[in-house]
Ligand binder design. Structure first.
Ligand SMILES: NC(=O)NC1=NC(=O)NC1=O
Length: 173
């Protein structure tokens, strides 16, 4: 899909296509649509990220809370979005042993209790051991710093999903 096609989309089509670039936050695509035309993938991505950066902290935390836990209940129940299912599978999280899954659930619960939002990490770039290591490490970070880190991961996930949608596998992360 080229950027001319993107710029020609009406509101409904644009939100249909880009509504899950940021997990379960179609409002972001809806808000960004009115800023078209976009010069290229990077420009579209820049507008999506600028919307996130401009939100108050409560809004940013709301975006994080739209993310399903890694190897959590939604994965077990099969209620993940298609993108999230693919990402979690590619990270090797769909066939963990019971003990590994329990360990992650405990760490996720500790993380959520401390920060008030779920642990978010671009799973596609990761694997079970790295997820556990990062979760244990970030659990000890100061809240303000952790919010920034988590939003950075949301952007990495968004970048990868956009690149898939527009077929431009840009190397930059
Ligand atoms: N809590 C999360 O990090 N969730 C996710 N990361 C991904 O890359 N996909 C997800 O669903």
């Amino acid at each position: 899909m080229d950027i001319e096609k993107v710029n020609s989309m009406d509101f409904g089509e644009f939100v249909d296509v880009f509504g899950n670039v940021i997990e379960r936050c179609p409002l972001i695509a809806a808000a960004v649509w009115s800023q078209r035309p976009f010069s290229n993938l990077e420009d579209l991505e820049k507008h999506i990220f600028a919307f996130i950066d401009a939100l108050p902290q409560s809004g940013q935390e709301g975006i994080l809370r739209c993310h399903p836990d890694l190897a959590g209940r939604e994965l077990q129940r099969g209620t993940l979005t298609a993108e999230s299912q693919r990402e979690q599978r590619s990270a090797g999280l769909t066939n963990l042993g019971a003990d590994e899954r329990l360990r992650l659930a405990e760490l996720n619960a500790q993380y959520r209790a401390r920060f008030g939002f779920p642990f978010v990490l671009a799973a596609r770039l990761s694997d079970p051991a790295a997820v556990r290591r990062e979760l244990a490490r970030r659990l000890r970070c100061p809240p303000a710093q952790e919010l920034r880190t988590a939003l950075g991961e949301v952007k990495k996930i968004g970048h990868l999903r956009l690149a898939d949608l527009l077929g431009a596998h840009s190397a930059r992360l």
